[in-house]
Write a protein that binds this ligand. Structure first.
Ligand code: E4P
Length: 226
């Protein structure tokens, strides 16, 4: 499984890329607003992210109708070779995805919560589909079970004939809130997990690693004093 970083922060991206863990980035307007982003700087910001990341950078359209989504998608895709246009799962979003995929532009279809939605996204030519895990947990339902169903259903078929460049669709486990979500996503075969910086950091930690380091340091002290 690959990790994408779910952020708009250049500092977080730079640090996580240095760990070798980041294969892409996903952003959304909430994350951009969190770092004080202004609409007029959005395109330059995406360009900076694209230059830091060795893989796809999902940048979201904010239009609701298909024609505006297509126009925004084209403009975003023109910013850098590694932009994937993030489009919401609506009928307009499906039409925009089909049109953008026909032009060879990669789309990440977001806000996906069911198997039929994921299959519709794949048929429209989405390069990535993003089932949300944590949003199910928010309403006391099992997001991991939904993700498992989507991964299993998509793996039954080969969508290379409908993808933008003859590539099959990849599943991005999104709305990941903790390392247990990462564990479950990897066990059920999600291609990618997009995770916030704090969660990615926690993925490198374990209490026994911390204890082991303390014991190692104490042993070295004994050796030095012997
Ligand atoms: C990524 O593409 C999604 O926008 C993100 O993972 C959503 O996470 P949230 O449910 O924590 O807002």
């Amino acid at each position: 499984m690959k990790f994408f970083l779910d952020t708009a922060s250049l500092d977080e991206i730079t640090e996580a890329v240095s760990w070798g863990a980041v294969a892409g980035v996903t952003t959304n307007p909430t994350l951009y607003a969190k770092i004080g982003g202004k609409l007029q700087d959005f395109e330059q910001h995406i360009k900076k992210i694209c230059s830091l990341v060795p893989g796809p950078v999902s940048a979201e359209v904010d239009a609701a109708d298909a024609q505006s989504m297509i126009a925004q998608g084209r403009a975003l895709a023109a910013l850098a070779d590694n932009v994937a246009v993030k489009v919401p799962m609506t009928l307009s979003g499906l039409a925009a995805t089909r049109a953008l995929a026909n032009e060879g532009i990669e789309v990440n279809m977001t806000l996906v919560f069911s198997v039929p939605q994921a299959i519709m996204a794949a048929r429209a030519g989405a390069r990535f589909v993003s089932p949300f895990v944590g949003r199910f947990d928010d309403i006391a339902e099992d997001g991991i079970e939904q993700l498992a169903n989507i991964v299993a259903a998509l793996h039954n078929y080969d969508f290379r004939d409908v993808g933008p460049k003859g590539q099959s669709i990849e599943v991005i486990a999104a709305s990941i809130r903790n390392p247990n979500h990462v564990t479950q996503a990897a066990l059920l075969g999600a291609d990618i997990a997009t995770v916030p910086f704090g969660v990615l950091k926690k993925c490198a930690e374990h209490p026994l690693t911390t204890n082991g380091l303390a014991a190692f340091a104490a042993d070295w002290e004994k050796v030095k004093q012997a």
